[in-house]
Write a protein that binds this ligand. Structure first.
Ligand SMILES: [Zn+2]
Length: 401
């Protein structure tokens, strides 16, 4: 299979139709007509054999979807102009250029997974880097390109099939303290160091960005430099996500209940000195992953009250100190004389949290917390999907050579 040819053909498909559609929309409008997704499809069907003969080799859904998307883009634009649409102003739809969200949609009856391969209409069977991780009804798929790699993201309705039978002999409760120095310290004394992928490639990224801004707009070299920057960003995100997946799976798999602090990630990221480190560890990712994996592994996820003094309380005698400086790495209790690592002390307090008097017992209501949890990593939203109704979307890279 000649994958290089394939990917250039797919790119051609992905750009040609939306651009033809937009030009046609403008033309219909100038001629006093009322363009719509439907009128575009009709006009397209009349000329496709002559102007787009290759369309017969590409997935039909991809063609139709281009016009549906354009119709939606115009609807958003008009609603925004009429102030019927909340949020950021939506501009007039633009012509697509190479590199702008290349991709196409495939309906669920037109593709299938078989182990590490996916069969797509017309394109045929391509290898993937991983198998479809979720069982259930496939709702839809979208093939897209990012940093010169092709991906397929699949929306799966999982129902209850997602739930894994818990292992026997699981630890009953584990407290997790999240921090910048050591990403996670558990109440059992285990430490998980984050790979901090951004920190690792910060210099490389700065250099790639400098080169990019020196290149002339619209030049081939600028395109190459942009790909390089995009590749670095994609790598950072992948490393971070991979690590967060491994840690959260292990934690949920091994424990009947897990207690974490209710971190105000959005508030913390506003602190510029800490923002980069916090995003780099991926606190938002960890929280979001825990939320859906706890359901999968039947683990109770307990979020401690934001005011619970997990750091200031002595895990041996329960005395709460008035103050604790960030620089104090060891918690030394003046009351009972015990002393231990600050983060371990906090984790031990979190382990006890559900048994403490007061309000400190409520298991998390995922729905009320999701808005806070995915702020530092907005990109994750697409991956976790709306877990409250048992839908999961995964993104799996496709090998193209
Ligand atoms: Zn004490």
């Amino acid at each position: 299979m000649n994958s290089k040819l394939r990917s250039s053909r797919r790119q051609q498909d992905a750009l040609a139709l939306p651009n033809w559609g937009l030009a046609e929309w403008n033309k219909q409008y100038e001629n006093g007509l009322k363009p719509s997704a439907f009128s575009l499809k009709k006009a397209f069907n009349a000329i496709k054999r002559e102007q787009f003969p290759w369309i017969y080799e590409s997935p039909k859904d991809a063609n139709q979807q281009a016009f549906t998307d354009l119709g939606a883009a115009f609807k958003n634009f008009f609603n925004s102009v009429k102030e019927k649409r909340k949020g950021r102003k939506v501009g007039y739809p633009k012509f697509k250029r190479k590199g702008d969200n290349d991709g196409f949609y495939v309906s669920n009856d037109k593709f299938s997974f078989d182990g590490k391969t996916v069969t797509l209409p017309v394109i045929g069977t391509v290898k993937t880097f991983e198998t479809l991780r979720f069982e259930g009804k496939i709702l839809s798929g979208r093939v897209s390109q990012k940093a010169n790699r092709w991906y397929i993201s699949v929306q799966v309705e999982t129902g209850d099939s997602e739930i894994v039978k818990p292992e026997p002999n699981r630890r009953s409760m584990l407290g997790l303290d999240l921090g910048v120095k050591t990403a996670i310290v558990t109440s059992s004394g285990q430490e998980f160091q984050s790979p901090k992928p951004l920190k690792a490639v910060l210099e490389k990224l700065a250099r790639a960005n400098r080169i990019l801004h020196r290149r002339k707009k619209g030049s081939n070299n600028r395109r190459k430099a942009a790909t390089k920057v995009a590749k670095l960003h994609a790598k950072i995100a992948n490393v971070r996500r991979d690590w967060a997946h491994k840690v959260t799976t292990q934690v949920c798999c091994e424990n009947q209940a897990v207690c974490i602090e209710d971190l105000n990630v959005a508030g913390m990221v506003r602190n510029h000195r800490l923002a980069r480190s916090i995003s780099d560890v991926g606190f938002g990712l960890i929280r979001s992953f825990l939320e859906y994996k706890s359901k999968k592994f039947s683990t109770d996820l307990i979020i401690a009250d934001r005011w619970f003094p997990s750091s200031k309380m002595c895990s041996s005698c329960g005395t709460v100190r008035q103050s604790l400086k960030l620089s104090e790495r060891i918690y030394a209790c003046e009351c009972c004389g015990s002393s231990m690592d600050r983060d371990l002390n906090a984790a031990k307090n979190l382990e006890k949290y559900p048994g403490l008097p007061g309000n400190y017992k409520t298991p998390v209501d995922t729905e009320t917390h999701t808005s806070e949890s995915n702020l530092s990593e907005a990109s994750f939203v697409a991956e976790a999907g709306t877990n409250s109704d048992h839908r999961s979307t995964i993104c799996t890279p496709v090998i193209t050579n």
